[in-house]
Ligand binder design. Structure first.
Ligand SMILES: CC(C)(COP(=O)(O)OP(=O)(O)OC[C@H]1O[C@@H](n2cnc3c(N)ncnc32)[C@H](O)[C@@H]1OP(=O)(O)O)[C@@H](O)C(=O)NCCC(=O)NCCS
Length: 177
């Protein structure tokens, strides 16, 4: 990941507030991933605008206890569908550190292809980390944009505007990334 985990809950407050502001502004939509059966927290995924109006970007993580069970593949597919059908994206990208095979596999499984190698992707602890940029374009068969959902304001799973049609995970519009 490009960032280190927070050292305390207090460090989460400002990013969570920025998530809500971004949702209201329509510039980024962060979702919590939970197990459908008992709402166990699984991870987070965000889709955000880029400087190019038709291009959106996704980023994600899964708690180590729940990795390798297909959750992010399912969640990323749902969020890409959300981007194309509700946000009106024409293309969606993601970047992953060159060493990050799990992330690469998730992106390939949802249909993204490599479009760029970036030797100086991001800096971590004083060193450049190379990245790949992956992309998927909207297919002609995708439906037209629909109405944008509103945040629920902090009751996870109270509403799930882009819940996957099947599978084990659900997405809720709670705060944070
Ligand atoms: C990347 C990440 C989100 C994947 O989530 P996940 O729910 O474990 O992914 P899935 O279970 O849907 O697995 C998708 C693919 O990745 C593979 N994979 C998952 N974890 C792996 C690992 N540790 N080593 C090798 N392959 C792995 C799976 O086998 C599967 O590939 P397959 O289609 O060849 O079987 C998770 O590993 C993670 O949070 N990593 C730390 C944060 C991070 O790197 N975020 C992305 C930044 S770009």
């Amino acid at each position: 990941m490009t960032w280190d985990p927070p050292a305390s809950k207090d460090e989460l407050q400002a990013p969570l507030e920025r998530n809500l502001d971004a949702w209201k502004a329509g510039s980024a939509f962060a979702f919590t991933i939970e197990k459908k059966e008992d709402l166990t927290f699984v991870g987070r995924i965000v889709i955000r605008q880029t400087s190019s109006p038709d291009l959106w970007n996704i980023g994600f993580w899964v708690h180590p206890e729940h990795q390798r069970q297909g959750y992010m593949t399912e969640a990323a597919q749902a969020v890409v569908d959300f981007g194309f059908s509700i946000l009106g994206a024409k293309a969606i990208e993601a970047r992953h550190a060159a060493w990050n095979l799990p992330s690469r596999r998730v992106l390939e499984r949802i249909g993204m292809v490599e479009v760029e190698y970036i030797p100086q992707g991001f800096r971590k602890r004083g060193a450049w980390v190379p990245e790949f940029r992956m992309l998927i374009r909207k297919s002609e068969e995708s439906p037209n944009p629909r109405r944008l959902p509103q945040p629920t304001g902090g009751t996870p799973a109270a509403s799930a505007p882009v819940a996957p049609s099947s599978g084990a995970a659900g997405l809720s519009t709670s705060r944070g990334n």
